[in-house]
Design a protein around this ligand. Sequence first.
Ligand code: UTP
Length: 292
Amino acid sequence: MTIRKAVLPVAGLGTRFLPATKAQPKEMLPVVDKPLVQYAAEEVAASGLPMVIFVTGRGKNAIEDHFDVSFELEHQLAGRGKEALREQMRSIAGMLEMSYVRQKEALGLGHAILTARDLVGDEPFAVLLSDDIVDSEEPCIRQMINVYERYGSSVVAIQKVERSAISSYGIIRATPVADKLCPGRLYKVEDMVEKPAPEVAPSNLAIIGRYILTPGIFRELAATGRGAGGEIQLTDALKRLLAHESIYGYVFEGKRYDAGDKLGFLQATVELALKRDDLGKPFRKYLKSLKL
Ligand code: UTP
């Protein structure tokens, strides 16, 4: 079955960015000049998926407005001869078919995904966390769909992390899979642990914010109680899914920035600005001028 729908959970509280997120969604924080959530939506569109389902919550209206047509803004831009900018603004609204569902309480990532159950239906789907920006030639979620199309099972994106970072992630225990199309990148998941201490972690393979999930995950999420932090954890539901279905871990090609964390956000800002045609040169010059 082909993947048509991507779920973007954007209902979290964003406490790590307070006070910036007191009155605006974390997912609207801009990296250079684009909000985090737009990077994720563009990755979905570039991967050839036609539909996105946002799981929103209280105080997240700015996200809906961002992806809507703004007639006033377009009218004003046209009046000032800024046609190219007007087109750019219009294309944000036309990028994908979009639906919204509300998570009434931020009960965790697992709960957010379960909230999208009726809109997803009985088909496999993608999940992207907009905190994670992946800069790659082939969009990360497209790479994962390619794996899904060969194996027909859920796929989690993984990254090898430093020992000191292990306790911030879901970590998998897995065996390598020999696959000619992605040598050294594919693993069959045997178990997973949410945020283990490095001494007891089964590996240094950490799950990041990109998933291809089979609809079986909804049954498992519905049966998963509150776990770490009183939240319904996706990792717990994935563990349950492992009892019935295979799950693969895929070491994606590209560079990931953890923009949900302050340092990661700054790194994304600097590196993505350096790559920009319009900013790269003067920004590099400025950085070099700093006596660090
Ligand atoms: P995070 O784990 O980064 O949580 O969520 P958060 O609440 O947004 O941020 P902090 O940790 O308090 O700073 C990862 C993604 O899952 C969404 C978030 O919006 C974010 O995009 N999420 C999280 C939900 O949609 N609902 C939830 O209940 C929790």
